[in-house]
Design a binder for this molecule. Structure first.
Ligand SMILES: [Zn+2]
Ligand SMILES: [Zn+2]
Length: 137
């Protein structure tokens, strides 16, 4: 984590993502920030890039959307931010599993000379949605 201060635009994007229960695409972020004076797509893209570099925001690749880091175990990510995605309500949970980064790197290295982007995402129905379904029956 860095102590670098966020610019106003970056702070607006970060605050919006912090308040959102589900990941937001760059387009949705732009749409919601329009009334707060953020009008150009490059501003949003730059902010997202910066926030990702700072480790405050992650991209959920399979959704092409962004979430704030809610990594709670305190251990380093190791270059991978695994996510569980509920396909019913759209909620996303960041998983804390430091061994995963090592495993992905090791397995990838069997084929790749150089391991770059490591992605691990699992989707399904979350516990909250599942229990709602059961009570409705
Ligand atoms: Zn994280
Ligand atoms: Zn759900």
């Amino acid at each position: 984590m860095t102590t670098e201060k966020l610019s106003l635009q970056n702070q607006k994007v970060f605050d919006l993502l912090s308040r959102s229960k589900t990941p937001l695409s760059a387009y949705e972020i732009l749409d919601k920030l329009r009334k707060h004076g953020v009008r150009s797509p490059p501003t949003v893209y730059r902010a997202l890039e910066k926030l990702q570099q700072m480790g405050l925001v992650h991209r959920v690749e399979t959704l092409n959307a962004f979430v704030v880091c809610r990594h709670v175990c305190g251990k380093p990510h190791g270059g991978v931010s695994p996510f569980a995605i509920c396909t019913s309500c759209g909620a996303v949970q960041e998983l804390c599993e430091p061994t995963l980064a090592r495993a992905l790197k090791k397995l990838g290295a069997e084929f790749l000379a150089e391991v770059g982007h490591k992605i691990f995402e699992v989707s399904g129905i979350c516990h909250a949605c599942q229990s709602k379904k059961i009570t409705h029956v």
